[in-house]
Design a protein around this ligand. Sequence first.
Ligand code: PA5
Length: 439
Amino acid sequence: KKITLDYSQSLHLIDQKELDFLQEKVSQCHELLHSKTGEGHQCLGWLDWPEQYDQEEFLKIQEAAEKIRKQSEVFIVVGIGGSYLGARAAIEMLNMLACTCKHEEQTGAPAIYFAGHNMSSIYLKNLYNNIEGKDVSINVISKSGTTTETAIVFRLLKEYMEKRYGRKEAGKRIFVTTNKCKGALKTLAGRQGYETFGIPENIGGRYSALTAVGLLPMAVAGIDIEQVMAGGQAACRDLSDDSLERNPAYQYATIRNLLYVKGKTIEVLAYYEPNLFYFGEWYKQLFGESEGKDGKGIFPASLNFTTDLHAMGQYIQEGRKDIFETTLNIEESEDKIIIKRAEDDSDGLNYLQGKTLDYINKKAMEGVMRAHCDGGVPNLMLCIPRISPYYVGSLIYFFEKACAMSGYLLGVNPFNQPGVEAYKRNMFHILGKPGYESL
Ligand code: PA5
């Protein structure tokens, strides 16, 4: 089964004719992508990656993951943005993340922590407390090797590891994922003899979840990364068609652009499984950094339903009408939790007897979509057959492809992020970094 898009709850705002009209533009953008001649074409390594990834490195990742699992009770993934969110999204989605010994007993995986995505001393102090007395391995991930948050936290953790294990043993517990050919981290890893994994030059951070960036942490967590790549590969093949009728990633990209033109400038990615929280974070980073430029772009938000219906539901139903919603519908669930009949029906729930909790969750989803649609919030529904390593790979590739098409339709380069530099320049100036004095 494949990932599909149901956009019937948007058809009051967009006409099938408008979609047909955009087919030509979509085909042009498709050609720019696949002939690698459009803006940002130097960063299109992800496009065929699931079919052409480096098999030798893949084996190295599996071996390193095995080693890490054997030697560690704790595994710390140090990275930010695209060098962090893909792995976290996959691990949380597949429920592999639990910082408890129970988890280790169950899966053979170390407890997984993330760091380097903030500069909070409280966060780091807590991390030190949590890992005390436990055997640790670290995977530092940074393509540039110079990202401040990651570099600072890695410097601190490296010092911690060397103090604890001595330089030589620490060296066997530090794994580096960085630019294949160059950079500060590459140089440091070479000098210290750390095992290193390469990020291809032509794959940008937020499009790198299916490279070693995402795969090593996933494998350490016990995720079958062969399945992840098989799912990515299937999506890569299925979504290589330029036809809007047959390519759901292009349907999604085109409809969101049509909605944007009609004033729907905010997209809420809604999900009904809390373990999709970090997938929502990954999606926001992917689309936010790819499209928010030149004064344009849909603002990507994500909400955890039904929880957030008790926080943001009112706004969506009756607030400003500049929102559209994309619902992630996980079609099949393992869940067989059944509501039983109670003698005392004072909670009035006996009408649900015999129903599964998942059935009720799904009916809530249907009700919400209808209500929001009636409230002027068009809905797209992305149907994902189930949560599994295979579909994680497919879903990642689906959104990457959709984002690239969406950016091209919007008329921006979806592969750069010039705006991110502004805060860095100010921060470096304020901190007195050499070279930034005159700003
Ligand atoms: O998508 C991107 O390019 C960014 O979000 C980067 O992944 C992020 O800034 C981290 O960069 P680096 O891997 O160089 O540390």
